[in-house]
Design a protein around this ligand. Structure first.
Ligand SMILES: CC[C@H](C(=O)O)C(=O)SCCNC(=O)CCNC(=O)[C@H](O)C(C)(C)COP(=O)(O)OP(=O)(O)OC[C@H]1O[C@@H](n2cnc3c(N)ncnc32)[C@H](O)[C@@H]1OP(=O)(O)O
Length: 307
């Protein structure tokens, strides 16, 4: 035990250093790219800082549901450079939210997101910046997808280009009447670079993904539902009503202790991403966190009937 004020200060400082080190290590584990892949994070962060505008806002509700708002309605919520940086910060915040169970991502002004801000894209259209931006966004969206939170993209209006890619980094998509998801990249002489193609194949299969990308197909709520890209078409079109419906839909899956809900997401993430033996070992480790835990012991006392 530290006895003097100096010893206490040193001990606090060491704890802080240790926590910061653990957080950085956790982020690195969840990310895909580092310097060994030719990724220059500090360089691209400096570049992105130059393209300011809009914001990414996070509110954490008492029910364990986080609401992430893409806020740049003047440009249909296109991602400026600073919004990309803010998204990374919000993801770090969510990684450290131990009481969190769910996440809803939606866009301000009744529309989801129109991809990257074309003004910024034009200025960084060289190969080095493009590759770094691509790795930056893949890192961030991979960490978003791996959060132990059940995530929903609430699609109102348009989810276009990078906006369509962002919806695929969520576990579920809910669409409002008249909304659309469209991978328009082909018309920009591009293909997805934020991980949207790989994730789309996982969601709709390779044949449908190829049709959507090579045809830049406009998906209305009914077509998205048919393909299994959307879970449900909500009835409200306005922001307040749609958010309320999305909250109600998500709470059907997030009700209960955080430890158990987060365990559900963790075993599914392992099953989706890992070879079967590694997924089984991860499942065993996660099982160890809930077995004999408070929720399990209380249930054993209550002995509920599952009729
Ligand atoms: C890997 C990701 C990839 C990348 O570049 O890195 C991409 O994201 S590619 C896709 C990039 N996005 C686009 O090409 C979208 C272009 N915009 C549109 O097609 C339309 O604006 C649309 C369909 C999103 C909305 O159409 P709507 O008629 O409803 O509205 P407006 O066109 O009048 O848009 C209002 C206002 O917003 C500006 N805007 C929209 N999207 C962007 C954008 N991505 N970047 C910059 N500005 C955007 C649009 O120009 C209008 O501004 P105004 O000053 O009134 O002309």
């Amino acid at each position: 035990m530290p006895s003097t004020v100096t010893e206490m200060a040193i001990s606090l400082w060491k704890n802080l250093l240790q926590t910061t080190k653990e957080r950085l290590l956790q982020q690195r584990r969840m990310s895909l790219y580092n310097g060994a892949h030719g990724y220059e994070e500090e360089l691209i962060k400096k570049k992105l800082q130059q393209f300011a505008g809009g914001s990414i806002n996070l509110s954490k509700e008492d029910n364990g549901i986080g609401i992430l708002t893409l806020n740049n309605p003047k440009l249909m919520n296109a991602f400026t450079g600073t919004m990309m940086l803010e998204l990374q910060e919000r993801v770090t915040e969510l990684e450290n939210w131990k009481d969190g169970k769910g996440l809803i991502i939606y866009g301000a002004g009744n529309t989801f997101c129109s991809g990257s801000d074309l003004n910024a894209v034009k200025a960084i259209s060289n190969s080095q910046d493009g590759m770094n931006m691509c790795m930056f966004m893949q890192n961030t969206l991979t960490r978003l997808m791996r959060l132990p939170l059940i995530s929903v993209a609430l699609v109102q209006g348009k989810a276009v280009g990078g906006g369509a890619e962002l919806t695929t980094a969520c576990d579920f998509r809910l669409m409002t009447p008249g909304s659309e998801i469209r991978f328009v990249h082909k018309h920009m002489g591009l293909m997805p670079g934020w991980g949207g193609a790989a994730r789309l194949v996982g969601i709709v299969g390779s044949a449908a993904a190829l049709r959507l990308l090579s045809g830049a197909v406009r998906l209305d709520p009914e077509s998205a539902l048919r393909l299994g890209l959307s879970e449900e078409t909500l009835s409200s079109s306005d922001e307040t009503g749609a958010l309320e419906e999305a909250r109600a839909w998500l709470s059907g899956y997030t009700e209960g202790p955080a430890s158990v809900i987060r365990a559900a997401k963790e075993v599914v993430t392992a099953g989706r991403e890992l070879p079967v033996e590694a997924a089984l070992r991860r499942e065993k480790d996660v099982f160890g966190t809930v077995w004999g835990g408070p929720a399990n012991l209380q249930a054993l006392v209550r002995r509920p009937k599952h009729k």
